[in-house]
Design a protein around this ligand. Structure first.
Ligand SMILES: [Zn+2]
Ligand SMILES: [Zn+2]
Length: 269
């Protein structure tokens, strides 16, 4: 549970920030994916240690991973090591079975990085990290938020995440190409406020987008027709070398509800 929830001072709004991928170059170029939610939970951990102070890192107790690709987990090991001395309780890492398997076997395996599941916190409050396996389509409540993983169409097993509090529902697509179930579920959400969707490549690279299973502006526009409702859509995961092209093509869709997400901005609902 996050500190705010524990002290009963949980703010009314749902706060979401797409973390920067680097602290030196342009803050609007995204190579890594991490969404910080209510300061204590993240969706993905590609950039989880970038641009956060040690104090900010020590507030994060829940990390939900959409899939095992490196741009979504790259900074997770560094974050765990950096936060270690500040933590007074374990960090829980959530993901579907394939994600947890990959993290245990390929990252926290005592070769790439120490197995922090076996390293006790200095205050004796248990292991530094613990894993919790998510079942697709089965909601869990984490830090006061209801989170439901929905399988999407990517090159490895991946789930978009429906994140709800009592006022708002936000959906994160993870990395996906054309898909059905996520849009069906989105259409059913009474409090749906926004979608954060992977739009990696410009229309000219549709073929590459199709094999690597990512959207372009045109394939996103086609897929959004399945939603049959109007909602704010924030494009994320835009490859830095194609960023301007993708933004121009998103604008050409002539839908004021679709825009590139601003990295570092706190979105509140
Ligand atoms: Zn991916
Ligand atoms: Zn990715």
């Amino acid at each position: 549970m996050c500190r705010e929830a524990m002290t009963g001072r949980r703010s009314q709004s749902l706060r979401i920030k797409l973390l920067p991928s680097n602290v030196h170059a342009s803050g609007q170029l995204q190579t890594l994916t991490t969404f910080l939610i209510n300061d204590c939970l993240t969706i993905d951990a590609g950039s989880i240690s970038v641009g956060l102070t040690p104090d900010e890192m020590s507030l994060i107790r829940h990390v939900v991973i959409t899939h095992s690709h490196n741009d979504h987990i790259a900074c997770l090991p560094v974050f765990v090591a950096e936060a270690f001395t500040e933590l007074d309780s374990p960090v829980t890492i959530y993901g579907i079975e394939e994600v947890i398997h990959a993290l245990k076997n390929f990252i926290f395996n005592d070769q790439i990085w120490p197995d922090f599941e076996l390293i006790e916190l200095t205050n004796g409050q248990g292991a530094t990290i613990r894993y919790e396996t998510l079942e697709p389509r089965t909601p869990v409540v984490i830090a006061g938020l209801r989170i439901t993983p929905i399988p999407v169409n990517h090159t490895v097993p991946a789930c978009g995440m429906i994140v709800e509090d009592e006022h708002a529902t936000i959906i994160f697509s993870a990395d996906t190409y054309t898909t059905d179930e996520l849009w069906q579920r989105a259409a059913e959400q009474k409090n749906l406020k926004a979608l954060f969707v992977d739009v990696s490549y410009p229309n000219e690279l549709e073929e590459l987008a199709a094999v690597s299973k990512h959207f372009t502006p045109q394939s996103l526009a086609r897929d959004l027709q399945k939603l049959r409702r109007e909602v704010e859509v924030y494009a994320v995961h835009i490859k830095p070398s194609n960023r301007q092209q993708v933004i121009t093509q998103l604008q050409a869709l002539n839908n004021p509800l679709i825009a590139a997400a601003e990295i570092g901005r706190v979105y509140e609902w």
